[in-house]
Design a protein around this ligand. Structure first.
Ligand code: ADP
Ligand code: MG
Length: 229
């Protein structure tokens, strides 16, 4: 199936940090098209700029040059409010550490973004339960993060990231803190969500074995993105 509009398009993305002498150039014109229903692994050494790229793609940071298109809409020059709004609806983020709210149950953590987006408590709870069930977490719904294993915490974080039905899921080394077997399980959950919902996923990882299971692999080298294989 072909889609005319990519879920995410990065066009000539530049990012540099000021230094005493010459600026530190992290991204020097990176390009990427990410299509609905596709999972893409981003594999590059530490310091290559993976997190920077994901933050720019996720509208958390502005590029110094180039444009980010989310579902076809240019986002780099939108106001902060408009970017927040777009992010809330279109983008889910999973980090290396789960960042779940410790005082709330798994269910409530998945409900919150939906309620912030305007859903009623009841509708949010129904959908949160569905997603948690889908990820094999039905019996963990009423537990707080501290009562969950690392793999369960990350699966709840994935459930939270997709709670508002985003077109784009960004994950920054989501299994970097897990043992291999648990990492495998969490990656399985990511792949399952991508297939089931048709969202596009960009996942930074150091794990080649898991990256092989994604639809595409890309790397960052000297500030540019390259297709692997
Ligand atoms: P990765 O996620 O691939 O490890 P990052 O995107 O975190 O890489 O960082 C890329 C480079 O940019 C690193 O050299 C890092 O030190 C530098 N960097 C990141 N954020 C800043 C910042 N706010 N100020 C200066 N340098 C930064
Ligand atoms: Mg990083």
């Amino acid at each position: 199936m072909t889609h005319e509009i990519p879920a995410l398009r990065l066009e000539k993305i530049e990012r540099r940090y000021a230094q005493a002498d010459a600026p530190l150039e992290i991204l020097k014109g990176a390009n990427l098209d990410l299509w609905a229903g596709q999972s893409v692994a981003l594999i590059a050494p530490s310091g290559a700029g993976k997190s920077t790229l994901l933050h720019i793609a996720g509208l958390l940071e502005r590029p110094d040059g180039g444009e980010v298109y989310v579902a076809g809409a240019p986002a780099a020059s939108l106001s902060d409010d408009a970017r927040t709004q777009l992010r809330r609806v279109e983008i889910g983020f999973v980090y290396q550490f789960h960042h779940l709210l410790p005082e709330f149950t798994a269910l409530e953590n998945v409900m919150l973004p939906q309620m912030i987006a305007g859903l009623s408590r009841k509708a949010a709870a129904t959908r949160a339960r569905e997603i948690l069930d889908y990820l094999g977490l039905a019996r963990r719904a009423d537990h707080r993060p501290a009562e969950l294993s690392g793999g369960e915490q990350q699966r709840v974080a994935i459930a939270r990231a997709v709670a508002n039905g985003p077109g784009l899921l960004l994950a920054d080394e989501p299994t970097g803190n897990l043992d291999p077997k648990t990492a495998d399980h969490v990656f399985g959950a990511l792949a399952q969500i991508v297939r089931a919902t048709g969202l596009a996923a960009l996942i930074a990882t150091h794990n080649m074995e898991l990256a092989e299971r994604m639809d595409r692999r890309v790397t960052l080298h000297e500030g540019l993105l390259f297709e692997l294989d």
